[in-house]
Design a protein around this ligand. Structure first.
Ligand SMILES: [Zn+2]
Ligand SMILES: [Zn+2]
Length: 105
């Protein structure tokens, strides 16, 4: 047990030295943390700020950007790839124009 631990402790500083020194390691770690924080901030920004807004869609009948709502409850829709879900009844729904209630797609 004692011998094994000494061996590990001896090997560890050597491995770090071979990778180019503590400075480079620290720099890379800091850079990684900064990137992770930026990614997390962007992700949260999208979730909180953009997620709360009702998404705007161009309506070909109204001719301008309109709020998109679900066909069943006229509630905001949670949009997913190739599908939309009603935020009120949680059922798959069609996305319709909030003004003229016609299909947006
Ligand atoms: Zn419309
Ligand atoms: Zn609904």
């Amino acid at each position: 047990m004692g011998e094994g631990l000494t061996l590990v402790l001896r090997l560890m500083p050597l491995q770090i030295d071979e990778e180019g020194g503590d400075m480079v390691c620290t720099y890379l770690i800091i850079l990684g943390i900064i990137l992770l924080v930026l990614y997390a901030v962007l992700y949260l920004y999208n979730k909180i700020v953009v997620g709360k807004k009702v998404k705007q869609h161009p309506c070909k009948y109204c001719g301008h950007m309109v709020n998109a709502v679900s066909q069943c409850c006229a509630a905001p829709v949670e949009e997913k790839f190739m599908a939309a879900k009603c935020s009120k009844c949680s059922k798959p729904t069609k996305t319709v124009c909030a003004t003229c209630k016609r299909d947006l797609y």
